[in-house]
Unconditional design. Structure first.
Lengths: 336, 651, 312
């Protein structure tokens, strides 16, 4: 059962240089683009993001992931292609229509927070509403709600420079959610944070998403972060997509050596789901029932401690069982 | 590399040989190739003032109307600070409402300082205001302040508007950039007469000349500041759904504010630099006091009025910087307005109280004459003592410098044939910055040649060249010293800052008394003025060498001297070159003033044109100075860029 | 500063009822230049016109640049236009038909080579100009030696000193000061040291009051000397004589007399002599009195004189 498509892009190109259209139209390959003195930041990318899905675009610096997300939000004008948001081609939208869409239906979180230094936390969060012309009381009331959602109550009157990096990004998140967008772009939101804070923010992000169920396009260069958060991951290299798959499929069936290089060191327990290692049938003496989508790492302790098989079910239907041995095999890197 | 060294050496030898063999003025541009540009400009100006019209409104009415619009706020500022409201005119005028008393203005300065940062700043501002009163400069200082408080907002607003337009529309920027170059390099004297003709005689013309002079840095700073707004913030503005207007007002300008304040600071400082020149066309105030004192050879009076300008500059500068740091800093107080603005209430109360009290107790309104102090006797005594006791030594030094340095260099420049100069400049341009720079250098040189001012231009090059040489020879070691220890840095920094804000007119007369009228006095005055960037940039360049590099030197066992010679100085070269660039520009801007001690260069040409109200002659000479300045700026800029790239390439 | 500028708005709001009936309430604009004598003359005139009930405004303007303003009517009266330095500009401006000459101020401009008295002991032949060549080395400096050094006025003042030196075969070189301030600075310094100096000095001015000295006696000026080579000791050259002395003129915008006939009559009637002016200049420049005080003093002491000017 696949959810309806919220955002799709078809054959999107972004080429920098003197004659970008010509190369995009010809579908030139990387070498041809480079040879003609152009830069192919995004090359012929097509993808679909389902409603309520966390879609992660992963790539190293210079892979074009940042340009791609800016094409999707039309912060950067693609050379050619289509961007369909709820079926409407954004590239054909007038400037006024774009302002309308951005004011009400899109939110974005930035790597370096992009907070306005002269405004307080509350004013920053209320800013997108102020731009819409909402009255002060109404926008501040709404801003207080989102500030509370990200756990910053009591700091409404602080200025950004008085906050830690993690707190600043919470403000950025709150601000992007203030207008209640359906579509939420996060451009490497946690890359500028320390590892410990990053982990905490990822949990926070998952908590908020469980609550709000947005459609999310999340950019990162950190593969661990990608597999932790993603429903699906798109791996980018030199402006083109290499593979789009669930974390599990990426690790277990990398499309090429480039993807394999990322996945080789990933502990399989982090990605392998119980559904994949479940054996057929449900034996006697099960210790309990676990969802098929659960990742081995998250349930391993429970299964091993029970020292008994667990039933695995998907959508309320039993699909098989897992044994402690199978879980341990994944943990030591053999199974799956 | 070797080849080019050879070529440059060859050219240098050729120049020397030419200078020795050829008589002075052997091949200056022929009369036939000169264009009557001065006549053209004068005719154009005459057309503009007499005939030009937009529909039924003549151009002159337009400019006069503009002047009238500016005059209103200026008069308001004067009423507040200087005149008060009076009945009747002239000598019989009776004051109905007095201007702000010295107590009120001082309290306002303290309150503003406290608001901007803290009580310390407030007390500094207040102390400097008291200084103005104690030395009897109060009324003049308030006249100057009245024009500054109008000129600065005009310069800032105008600069901001042009900067935003330049940022928004590329073609505007393309027109703006060369215009700014000209505005910053043409000596002010050159456009005083056109300003007078278009805007009428009086303080408003002086005000507008000040704005023209002080605005360019604001335009540049605005352009840079808007470009420096982080890309992410721009993206955010778009994603928040800002219209272009909202983006500018609500996002870009507030974010760029700290950078923009640098421009505001520049406008303040340049406006104060203009005080003296503006007083020549009717601004009055401290500038007029300086000029008047000098005319009476009242050296002490000139120094006191000059230091009063410095004091005003310090107050405005510190307050401006503090306000910039404060921008978006604190939370607003709650409650009715008199609760939210306690300092404003205090100032208003003091103004009212002292205004009323002043009716019975005049000392509260005007600082009593009996309380003023003067150092005039000290300064003229000091001058006389130096003059009587040390003139012979100074004269020996002056003669030695003239005979061994200045006259040979002058002869060198006068002997060079103009095609040779053109060729060398074009070649240097090509080497440093490619064919574009080469073409620019040739064009600018040709411009000077066809103006018919070649002799004056060579004189300018000679005076400016020597002065820059001497300024660098003194300034770079001083800069090294200033960078060597914090205490030396503070001491030298203080002297240098004073030199920068003290109007150069103040030391012109003592210099003439000790060194007579002539090129040497001119050189001394230029060096004193142009020394500042040489010191500052050298010190800054040395200080900003990365600590790692110095540590690397230390662990390799280098001595302090070796670290300076082998690490810090080479790393500071691009910065020192920038300092050289600024030194040259300042020296050129000072040349107009040295015309007052009798030099016969382009500056004198501009000055003569000013006294004869000859628009064309002044502008042509001014443009020639601008040509030399732009040439020097571009060539040295290209050299500095090359040096930086080599350093970065190596590192 | 009080008597300087006033807003038109305020003037309208608070029109002064005490004033006598005058032709127009518009302010008459008198120009101020940068030497004390002119400031005194102009302030005197302004005080007199105000006594007569006129509104007066004093405007800082350059000595020669002011003609642009006088021609357009931006400025109305210039109180000191010296025959010796301003004649050409004045004639050119009058030729446009927009400026008129309102006659002499009564002061005579003197401009000539000058030396301090102590030089007479070192060069006994002075003040006669023929003694100059004997003393050339005395007046020489490193740059000019063996020629004597003569410190001329700013280039803009003209004065034909190069021509004079050539015509009279003087062994001297002209060094032009850029401003009179620079010139008098050198004089002051030399005077303090009692060193030789020879320079251009003009009167009425405070310098001849402050420093003891004399003017060099050249063959007296006649117009023919400047135009006819045959005149004077050198049959082949003009300018073989001293500098002209001449009146100091008053000039005005041509519309001045029509708009304010009474004021124009008063300005035309204004006269003062060199000695009175010299004494006032000395009070300001040497004794440090303010121009306002000196003018008030004169007004109090000479009521009969100035009343006669405005009575016309």
């Amino acid at each position: 059962m696949t959810p309806p498509v919220k955002l799709a892009c078809r054959h999107v190109w972004k080429v920098y240089g003197p004659h970008p259209e010509r190369l995009a139209a010809a579908g030139a390959d990387l070498d041809a683009i480079r040879a003609s003195g152009h830069v192919g930041a995004v090359r012929d990318v097509s993808l679909e993001v389902g409603e309520g899905e966390i879609f992660v675009i992963m790539g190293l610096s210079g892979s074009g992931k940042s340009t791609l997300v800016r094409c999707l939000s039309r912060l950067v004008e693609p050379t050619s292609g289509e961007i369909l948001y709820d079926g409407e081609d954004l590239l054909k939208a007038s400037p006024a229509r774009m302002i309308e869409i951005r004011r009400h239906r899109m939110g974005m979180v930035f790597q370096n927070f992009a907070l306005l230094p002269h405004l307080t936390v509350l004013e920053n969060v209320a800013f997108p509403l102020e731009v819409q012309g909402l009255a002060r009381e109404a926008r501040e009331a709404r801003a207080r709600e989102v500030v509370a959602l990200v756990g910053l109550q009591g700091r409404e009157r602080h200025f950004p420079r008085q906050l830690s990096g993690g707190q600043q990004q919470r403000v950025g998140i709150a601000r992007s959610l203030a207008v209640e967008p359906d579509l939420w772009f996060l451009d490497e939101p946690f890359s500028a944070l320390d590892p410990l804070i990053r982990r905490e923010m990822q949990d926070e992000f998952l908590r908020i998403q469980r609550q709000l169920k947005k459609t999310i396009v999340f950019i990162t260069h950190d593969f661990d972060e990608a597999i932790r958060l993603a429903d699906r991951i798109a791996i980018m290299k030199d402006g083109a997509l290499v593979q789009v798959a669930s974390p599990e499929d990426l690790v277990l069936a990398p499309a090429d050596d480039y993807v394999r290089a990322f996945t080789a060191h990933v502990a399989r327990a982090k990605v392998v789901t119980l559904g994949r290692i479940a054996a057929a049938g449900v034996p006697e003496g099960i210790a309990g029932t676990l969802p098929a989508a659960a990742r081995v790492e998250d349930v391993a302790e429970q299964v091993v401690a029970a020292n008994a098989p667990f039933a695995v079910e998907r959508d309320g239907q039993a699909v098989g069982h897992v044994t402690p041995a199978a879980v341990i095999a994944v943990l030591v890197g053999r199974g799956g | 590399m070797m080849l080019w060294r050879g070529i440059w050496a060859l050219l240098a030898v050729a120049a020397l040989v030419l200078a020795v063999l050829l008589p002075e003025g052997w091949m200056w541009p022929a009369k036939e190739m000169q264009l009557p540009m001065a006549r053209w400009i004068s005719a154009g100006m005459k057309w503009l003032t007499d005939s030009a019209a937009i529909g039924p409104v003549s151009f002159k009415d337009l400019t006069r109307g503009f002047a009238a619009v500016v005059e209103a706020p200026y008069e308001a500022a004067r009423v507040l600070l200087v005149d008060g409201i009076t009945e009747g005119k002239g000598r019989r005028a009776a004051t109905i409402v007095p201007p702000l008393s010295w107590v009120a203005v001082t309290v306002a300065a303290v309150a503003l300082g406290h608001y901007a940062r803290d009580l310390m700043l407030g007390l500094l501002a207040g102390a400097l205001m008291i200084y103005l009163a104690v030395f009897g400069q109060w009324e003049s200082a308030m006249v100057t302040l009245a024009s500054i408080v109008i000129a600065v907002p005009m310069g800032v607003a105008g600069g901001l508007a042009l900067g935003i337009a330049g940022w928004r529309w590329k073609p505007v920027e393309r027109v703006l950039m060369p215009l700014l170059d000209l505005m910053q390099t043409i000596p002010t004297f050159a456009y005083l007469v056109p300003v007078l003709v278009l805007f009428g005689f009086g303080p408003v013309a002086a005000l507008l000349a000040t704005v023209i002079y002080a605005m360019p840095p604001m335009v540049r700073v605005t352009l840079v500041a808007l470009r420096a707004v982080p890309a992410e913030i721009m993206d955010f503005a778009a994603m928040a759904g800002c219209t272009p207007g909202q983006r500018m007002r609500k996002v870009m300008l507030p974010v760029a504010l700290p950078d923009l304040m640098v421009g505001v600071n520049q406008v303040i400082m340049l406006s104060l630099n203009m005080v003296i020149i503006a007083s020549m066309i009717g601004a009055g105030g401290l500038g007029a006091d300086v000029l008047e004192s000098l005319r009476r050879l009242n050296i002490g009076g000139g120094i006191e009025a000059g230091l009063a300008i410095t004091a005003l500059a310090v107050v405005l500068d510190r307050l401006g910087q503090a306000l910039a740091e404060r921008a978006g800093g604190r939370q607003a107080l709650q409650g009715p307005w008199w609760r939210r603005h306690p300092r404003l209430v205090l100032v208003l109360a003091v103004a009212l109280a002292t205004g009323l009290l002043g009716l019975v107790l005049p000392a509260v309104q005007d600082w009593p004459k009996g309380w003023t102090v003067t150092t005039k006797g000290f300064w003229s005594g000091l001058m006389e003592w130096i003059n009587v006791n040390y003139f012979d030594q100074l004269e020996t030094f002056r003669v030695w410098m003239l005979e061994h340095l200045m006259l040979p260099v002058k002869r060198f420049f006068f002997a060079l044939p103009w095609p040779f100069v053109l060729a060398v400049l074009a070649l240097a341009g090509w080497r440093l910055g490619g064919w574009r720079l080469s073409a620019l250098a040739a064009a600018l040189c040709l411009f000077v040649a066809v103006t018919g001012l070649w002799e004056q231009a060579m004189m300018t090059l000679y005076l400016c060249g020597i002065s820059v040489l001497v300024a660098m020879a003194i300034g770079v070691p001083l800069g090294i010293w200033a960078a060597s220890s914090p205490s030396a840095g503070r001491g030298i920094g203080g002297v240098v800052d004073t030199l920068q804000t003290l109007p150069s007119f103040v030391y012109l007369i003592p210099v003439v008394m000790l060194f007579r009228v002539g090129d040497f006095s001119a050189m001394v005055a230029v060096v004193l003025f142009a020394l500042v960037p040489a010191v500052k940039y050298t010190a800054h360049g040395l200080r900003s060498v990365p600590a790692e590099l110095i540590e690397a030197g230390v662990v390799s066992g280098a001595t302090r001297g070796q670290i300076l010679r082998k690490i810090r100085l080479p790393m500071a070269v691009p910065m020192i070159l920038l300092g050289l660039n600024q030194t040259i520009l300042l020296a050129l801007s000072m040349l107009v003033i040295t015309a007052l001690v009798g030099t016969r260069d382009l500056g004198q040409e501009v000055y003569i044109a000013l006294t004869k109200a000859d628009v064309g002659r002044g502008l042509v000479a001014g443009l020639s100075i601008a040509a030399i300045a732009i040439l020097a700026d571009r060539l040295i800029g290209a050299a500095a860029k090359g040096a930086r790239e080599r350093l970065e390439g190596a590192g | 500063m009080k008597h300087l500028f006033l807003t038109t708005a305020l003037a309208l709001a608070l029109a002064a009822p005490a004033l006598a009936q005058v032709e127009s309430d518009d302010p008459i604009k008198l120009t101020l230049h940068d030497w004390t004598g002119q400031l005194i003359t102009t302030n005197l005139m302004a005080a007199v016109l105000e006594e007569a009930g006129y509104n007066v405004e004093l405007v800082q303007a350059d000595y020669l640049a002011q003609f642009a303003g006088l021609e357009t009517g931006d400025l109305h009266v210039a109180m000191e236009m010296w025959e010796t330095t301003g004649r050409d500009a004045m004639d050119a401006s009058i030729a446009t038909g927009n400026v008129v000459n309102l006659g002499e101020t009564g002061m005579k401009a003197i401009e000539e080579w000058w030396y301090p008295s102590y030089m007479k002991e070192k060069c006994p032949g002075l003040p006669d100009w023929t003694a100059l060549n004997d003393c050339a080395e005395l007046f020489a400096t490193a740059e000019t030696a063996p020629k004597g050094r003569y410190l001329g006025g700013p280039v803009t003042w003209g004065g034909f000193d190069e021509e004079r030196i050539a015509a009279l075969d003087l062994n001297y070189e002209v060094i032009h000061a850029g401003t009179d301030a620079a010139m008098f600075a050198e004089l002051e310094a030399a005077y303090q040291r009692q060193d030789p100096i020879l320079l251009w000095i003009y009167a009425p001015h405070w310098a001849p009051q402050k420093f003891q000295g004399e003017w060099v006696a050249f063959p007296p000026y006649e117009p023919a000397c400047y135009t006819d080579p045959a005149w004077g000791s050198n049959p082949d050259a003009t300018h073989d004589c001293g500098k002209p002395t001449g009146p100091i003129w008053k000039v005005a915008w041509k519309g001045f007399g029509e708009k304010w006939p009474g004021a124009a009559a008063a300005v035309t009637a204004f006269t003062i002599d060199n000695d009175t002016m010299g004494a006032m200049i000395a009070k300001v420049d040497l004794d440090g009195e303010s121009i306002e005080d000196v003018v008030d003093e004169w007004m109090d002491a000479n009521e009969a004189t100035w009343s006669a000017w405005i009575a016309q």
